[in-house]
Ligand binder design. Sequence first.
Ligand code: HAM
Length: 422
Amino acid sequence: MEYSKLKGTYDIIPEESDFFRNIKAKVESILNISGYKKIEFPVIEKAELFIRGAGEASDIVVKKEMYTFEDRGHRMIALRPEGTASAVRLYLENSLSMQGYSSRMYYCGPMFRAENPQAGRYRQFTQYGVEYIGDEEPMVDVELIQLNSQIFKALGLKKYTIFINSIGCRECRPNYLFALKKYFEDKIDKMCADCKKRYGTNVLRILDCKEESCRAFIKNAPTGIDYLCEKCKEHFESLKNYLNNLKIPYQIDPGLVRGLDYYNRTVFEIKSELLGAQSTISAGGRYDYLIKELGGMETPASGFAFGMERLAILIEKELGRAKKDFYIPPEVYVAYIGKENLYNALEIINRLRENGITAVTEYKYSNLKKHLRTADSMKAKFALFAGEDEIKSGEYTLRNLSTGEQTTGTIEEIIKTLLSYA
Ligand code: HAM
């Protein structure tokens, strides 16, 4: 092959597309019924939006994960690495704060990160993101966690765990960071290169290191919850109480910190062991400072996002259903016999389609054997024969291709029969 796809990207072939259609329909019906409205924003934005948004110490910036280029006007443009900063930009640019109620929004689309590709980690991936802007109540975080869980349940998933933590606010976090710095001071020399870098840029992120040798030191590090101020403690207590009362199972992970800098107070991740190294399917939390950081008024907000690719892997691992297993075959394959009957066949196809029945044929064939072979390859449910005799009499034969059972009738009768199976 002279041309092949870039590393860390993937194709969706026709047989797999019903998987994405199916998942998207389920996800969006839950989000719509919960009052979230779909928003769309460009794939390209000013790089500065993400540098300010994700933060100077975020992986996106520190690990140079952003795909950027200079345009003809010498502006630095980025392919969006995530959606929260764009959603906030959209919120501000369209004065959504003036609407008099909180913004419940969601989006779905490709995100780009120059990461080291591996199973579940791509350079172009598709994210569903959900944002709730305008309310600092812990119940907002609960609604989001519950929504996320409802989505996974609706997809048939059960084997996942919700992890929560609070990383405090501007008031209390410095004390915790100071304690962490002090704790790691005499250990950092023995830790990995990434941790050494994080010690200088964002010591909190050391807690996220997966290196075995670093984990031994991290295990005994001070926990953030012990350093929360009264208000953050209260917020976290309410969050836990609401989750308990709603019987939403969760685990507290004091080491849970996020790769993006904009979070404060509640952070959460949903993980599944079935996913291996990239075990996080979904992640999010509160970002009460980001709106002001990007030029708006101080406005509390919270949200989460999950990747479709990891979801696909999980569905395959947990439910044993690969993307191709979601393939929906055509309802009817119209086997027309004799080139002269092509127009009649097309008329039948259109009648079926108008009635919501998927109908196809192969124009290049006009012989029964080839048609039946094609119908079989497509896994069509029925074949409808349109030869000379059928067209003259107006009576057609419909064959169920899995049972071999046949029925005869006018097109109206056949449509009725087909619709009764639906
Ligand atoms: P994130 O943790 O960077 O958060 O990404 C959220 C989810 O996107 C991950 O849990 C994973 O499922 C998927 N994901 C991330 N990177 C990749 C990748 N390279 N390949 C495949 N999937 C990936 C955010 O992006 C935040 N904007 C979430 C958020 C929304 N926080 C508040 N609102």
